[in-house]
Design a binder for this molecule. Structure first.
Ligand SMILES: NC(=O)c1ccc[n+]([C@@H]2O[C@H](COP(=O)([O-])OP(=O)(O)OC[C@H]3O[C@@H](n4cnc5c(N)ncnc54)[C@H](OP(=O)(O)O)[C@@H]3O)[C@@H](O)[C@H]2O)c1
Length: 247
């Protein structure tokens, strides 16, 4: 890394700024063909998706994964990473148009969570076997069905609680499947773990971005002065991928 390089970074907070401090180990060089602005959509989404799919759940080629919210900032990156790893990718999104957009990112099957039971769909598509990995951004409302959708020895990784933090679970199902559940947050991880995650993203995800197999999905770019509108838009739903703020 040298002065003048184009970089993006996994920051510890405070990124709504023209200048930001980031530990060197959390800085990533931006591939030549990627616009610096679009690179802002990469670090958090890629680090979250990579660390949970690969680091926590051990996703590899030939495995089957369910990624909730393939239409979101994290999900749109996770679908592309899982597809690039040659996993069989099932995803969820709200509405036919968003499902089609997630399919275009490389998902093999997309379930419209507004009109279908994702667990029923997963079991149908996998001939009753279930998926090896679930990456969940929904939380409590999906806990029981996420476990129902898991295969034997499957791994549910919960990274979001958009639909609640408390739920009831039949532990018998977990025991019978020898399944496991992990919850993680990126932000609370110690610096050494963040450095290791960024290193993994640098070595494994960046080359896929550089050669165009993965692209950060940017819905809209707002000015800092429009931050309020950007947040209102995000809160209203319907954003596909990331919203970015620029000076
Ligand atoms: N633990 C961590 O380290 C970590 C890191 C980053 C983000 N997160 C969390 O992960 C979540 C997603 O972040 P994001 O940046 O991707 O947010 P986002 O861009 O706002 O995306 C939210 C996604 O959730 C989906 N969703 C909402 N309700 C759903 C439902 N009932 N069933 C299936 N999907 C549903 C949406 O799909 P539709 O709009 O298509 O319905 C959308 O794709 C947030 O809760 C965030 O706090 C956690």
């Amino acid at each position: 890394m040298a002065v003048g390089n184009r970089v993006c970074a996994l920051v510890d907070g405070g990124a709504y700024a023209e200048l930001v401090n980031a530990p060197a180990a959390q800085v990533i060089r931006v591939p030549e063909d990627l616009e610096l602005r679009d690179a802002a959509a990469v670090p958090e989404a890629a680090c979250t998706a990579w660390s949970n799919l690969v680091g926590v759940a051990g996703l590899t080629a030939g495995m089957t994964v369910l990624i909730h919210g393939g239409s979101g900032g994290v999900g749109s990156m996770a679908v592309q990473i899982a597809h690039a790893l040659n996993a069989f990718v099932i995803s969820t999104a709200g509405g036919p148009e968003r499902c089609e957009q997630v399919r275009a990112l490389g998902a093999d099957v997309v379930v419209d969570h507004r009109s279908e039971s994702f667990a029923d769909a997963v079991l149908e598509v996998t001939d009753g076997r279930g998926v090896d990995v679930v990456l969940d951004v929904v939380g409590a409302a999906y806990l029981a069905d996420n476990v129902r959708a898991l295969a034997t020895n499957g791994h549910l990784v919960v990274i979001g609680m958009q639909k609640g933090r408390r739920a009831e679970l039949d532990l018998g199902v977990l025991l019978t499947k020898r399944a496991s559940i992990t919850g993680t947050t990126l932000r609370s991880r110690p610096a050494a773990e963040k450095a290791a995650i960024v290193d993994g993203v640098r070595r494994h995800v960046l080359p896929l971005i550089a050669d165009g197999r993965i692209r950060p999905v940017v819905d809209t770019v707002y000015r800092f002065s429009e931050a309020r509108q950007a947040h209102e838009r995000l809160a209203a739903g319907g954003v596909f991928g990331k919203i970015l703020l620029t000076p």
